[in-house]
Each structure stands twice: as C-alpha cells, then as structure tokens.
Design a protein around this ligand. Structure first.
Ligand code: 5GP
Ligand code: MG
Ligand code: MG
Length: 179
C-alpha cells in the first residue's frame, strides 16, 4: 500500500506520541467525570482505540455513524444519522472523537444535537484538522495535527473504504484516485 502514497504526512511514531500527549491532557480535564467518548464511525475508530488506552480515568465509549460525504471526496453539506448512540447524553460530559475536521459541517451538526439532548458539556478532540476547508465557524478543543488542504488517507481515513488500516497518514498519488 505504501506504493500508492505520494507522501507520508505523519508517521506511526508521530501519531502514537501525539495520542499519548492528548491522553494526558484529557485525563487531567475529565478526571472523575466519567466522560462519554463518542467516536464518529468509521474514520475515528483507530484513533478512538489508541486514545482511550492513554486516558487514565473511567470513561464510557459509544459510536455514531453519520454520513456527509457518501463515496465522493467533496462534502455535500448534508448530514444523515446512519447509526445513533445507544447511550443517553443528558447530563453527560461528551467528548466527540473525530478523525479529521474539514468543512466542520458534520461536527457542528453533532455538537448541536448533543446540546439539544442536554449534554452537560460537549467538546471535540480531532486527530487532524484542515482549517482551510472550513465552511462553518468551528475550532476543536483538542487537535493532534494541522494538515494541508489535501485529501489524506490512513489511520482511519479512507479512499473508497480502503487505506483505513494504515498505521500512518499520507497523501495518495493522483493516479490512484484518478483510476
Ligand atoms: P467535514 O464535515 O468536516 O467536512 O468532514 C467530515 C468527514 O469527512 C471527516 O470526518 C472524514 O470522514 C471526511 N474527510 C474530510 N476530509 C478528508 C480527507 O482529507 N480524507 C478522507 N479520507 N476523509 C476526509
Ligand atoms: Mg469522521
Ligand atoms: Mg470517508
């Protein structure tokens, strides 16, 4: 799969080191609050799995699947709930765990939804942020890395459902997605 990469943006080591730092910060902030970590499927799965292992306080995990992209690489602006939470968010300290924030449309929808459902607090941790892609005013509470406004894959992020299992993040060679 490495042959498909034009460039590796973040190595496995860089990602894992950053996640440990994020885990410490989150541990301090959420100690004894039994936060609800909400992973946004499917992209946030590897990040969620590694992040929770570096958080040293009790927490609960749940997942949502929302779609705004479909199979296309461009955000449609529409957000659809494909799978909702099994957990009640009322009164809970919710931490949304995202792979990447681009337009911010998915996340602003989720933040509003959890506020409407009376969460005690709603915060966002994202592994990657592409601030240049933003269409709504949204700044994550915690960010792993800022990335350029390019289509990235790996560590949860897919192209047509592939590359999610890479331990690093990279940019595909144009010929890979041009067919
Ligand atoms: P947003 O709503 O912020 O535009 O993006 C939401 C979702 O689009 C992200 O959670 C991610 O699943 C997908 N996405 C955004 N940018 C990229 C990218 O560069 N690569 C991949 N593979 N997915 C992206
Ligand atoms: Mg996502
Ligand atoms: Mg995708």
């Amino acid at each position: 799969m490495k042959n498909d990469m034009k460039e590796i943006l973040l190595t496995e080591e860089q990602i894992q080191e950053k996640i440990k730092e994020l885990g410490h910060t989150i541990t301090e902030e959420y100690k004894d609050r039994f936060p609800l970590f909400v992973g946004v499927l499917k992209g946030a799965l590897p990040f969620m799995a590694d992040l929770v292992k570096s958080v040293d306080t009790h927490l609960e995990m749940d997942f949502m699947d929302v779609s705004s992209y479909g199979k296309s690489m461009v955000s449609s602006g529409e957000v659809k709930i494909v799978k909702d939470l099994d957990t009640k968010v009322e009164g809970r300290d919710v931490l949304i765990v995202e792979d990447i924030i681009d337009s911010g449309l998915t996340l602003s929808y989720l933040i509003e939804l959890f506020k409407y459902r009376k969460a005690k607090s709603v915060k966002v941790v994202t592994l990657l942020d592409k601030p240049e892609g933003r269409k709504v005013d949204l700044v994550p509470d915690l960010t792993g890395f800022i990335v350029p406004d390019e289509f990235v894959v790996g560590y949860g992020l897919d192209f047509a459902e592939r590359y999610r299992n890479l331990p690093y993040v990279g940019i595909l060679k144009p010929e890979v997605y041009e067919g």
